[in-house]
Design a protein around this ligand. Structure first.
Ligand SMILES: N[C@@H](CCC(=O)N[C@@H](CS)C(=O)NCC(=O)O)C(=O)O
Length: 215
């Protein structure tokens, strides 16, 4: 099989890159990482060499280019069916896809006001009502999954759903946005994963600063 190459941005800030990277690393899918740092002044011209949208993440597999984090997870699910990137049962899978589409298209107040930032020292941030509403909805979504499928991940075993929400775990943590014990225990479990710790350590070691993501 051709090598899988995952193009990503900075580990400290690139929340969309984190999603497929975390899924691949945590699920044991072999790949080569190509990190292309953001160049905010020049508008990321280097991304044009590999990305049809000038955004990351992008997965290269032989002649195939796959972009958009969710499309990459779907591709991996098709390629490694035995790994179950999505939950095995079709109704669980439908539920997982629903919440991931909600993540992809929603929670814009939270995403805009609280960028993922692995290096940020946790400190409470006063956020808008819209961002608070996003947090409430995420707490409901996670709590429902954790109760229905008995944890410790959203659908029992680690899946694309955990990967799609991984940057939100960082946001809730570093901006002090939740005290919900069920949610906090899920966040702790995610942060304990070796894949999380590998990404976080690399993010902490980076020195690039993206001013607009420093809140
Ligand atoms: N919907 C896309 C979002 C990709 C995205 O916005 N990526 C950011 C990095 S986290 C990016 O490449 N930004 C560069 C830019 O907008 O110039 C996905 O799910 O992959």
């Amino acid at each position: 099989m051709s090598e899988l190459i995952l193009y990503i941005g900075n580990k400290n800030y690139s929340s969309w890159s984190f999603r497929p990277w975390f899924a691949m690393r945590a699920l044991g899918i072999d790949f080569r990482e190509e990190l292309v740092p953001f160049d905010t002044e020049a508008g990321n011209p280097a991304f044009a060499d590999f990305s049809p949208t000038n955004k990351v993440p992008v997965l290269q597999h032989g002649a195939h280019t796959i972009w958009e984090s969710l499309a990459i997870l779907e591709y991996l699910n098709d390629l490694f069916y035995e790994i179950h990137v999505w939950p095995h049962e079709h109704d669980h899978r439908a539920h997982a896809r629903s919440i991931c589409c909600e993540m992809l298209s929603g929670f814009s107040a939270l995403r805009n006001e609280c960028p993922m930032n692995m290096r940020r020292t946790p400190a409470a941030l006063a956020v808008s009502d819209a961002a608070r509403k996003d947090v409430k909805r995420i707490e409901t979504v996670w709590q429902d999954c954790l109760e229905r499928y008995s944890g410790p991940f959203l659908f029992g075993h680690l899946s694309a759903a955990d990967a799609m929400f991984a940057p939100v775990v960082n946001r809730l943590e570093v901006y002090g946005l939740t005290e919900n014990p069920v949610v906090r225990s899920y966040m702790d479990h995610m942060k304990d994963q070796p894949a999380w710790q590998e990404w976080e350590a690399a993010g902490l070691a980076e020195s690039w600063i993206v001013d607009e993501d420093e809140v």
